[in-house]
Design a protein around this ligand. Sequence first.
Ligand code: ATP
Ligand code: MG
Length: 203
Amino acid sequence: EQKVPTGRGRRRLGVMGGTFDPIHHGHLVAASEVAAHFHLDEVIFVPTGQPWQKSHKQVSPAEDRYLMTVIATASNPQFSVSRSDIDRGGPTYTIDTLRDLRTVHGDADLFFITGADALSQILTWRDAEELFSLSHFIGVTRPGHLLTDDGLPKGGVSLVEVPALAISSTDCRARVAQGEPVWYLVPDGVVRYIDKRQLYRGE
Ligand code: ATP
Ligand code: MG
């Protein structure tokens, strides 16, 4: 059981940011595991606007990524989806995501969940020092990436081992483009939605 310094009796909100193009079971397991380990009341999934790291690539329309995230999380009463980054428009910076959530949920402690690959990039994010004053960070294991808090503020980050799912959105998109299945890599409803909207066909 993990102990992190937070206010007594305050709501504990996980924040799972991502492009979710498409959302897959790696994202969902990470959120579920962290919610259990850290006794979170809720995990809010926040699909990005046009992400600055990926602005050179084609990213699916925000509404498609938002709806896939809603479909994937709808059955879990602890999961919800925020339109904050999508509605703000433009590139997403995590600092803005956290400021917005702080405003809406002033009474809550925030726990930002990130995979090992994203955690290792965190010092390159906008306003890196301020990030740690707005939220605790939780890094989770991801196959193919080293999970370390080297160089990150002491006490600002916790590391958690989660079941290893070697799934990436990049691989899911490539599979669809090649006519290979994504069943059981993404939730059933997301398979159906990708098919219905003909996503990832021309890649
Ligand atoms: P892409 O291949 O397009 O970058 P992705 O699979 O990395 O997609 P993102 O939306 O970029 O998915 O990731 C959102 C967050 O989820 C990041 O913090 C990332 O590290 C984490 N994450 C993604 N896949 C996994 C996984 N299989 N296990 C653990 N964490 C993951
Ligand atoms: Mg990624």
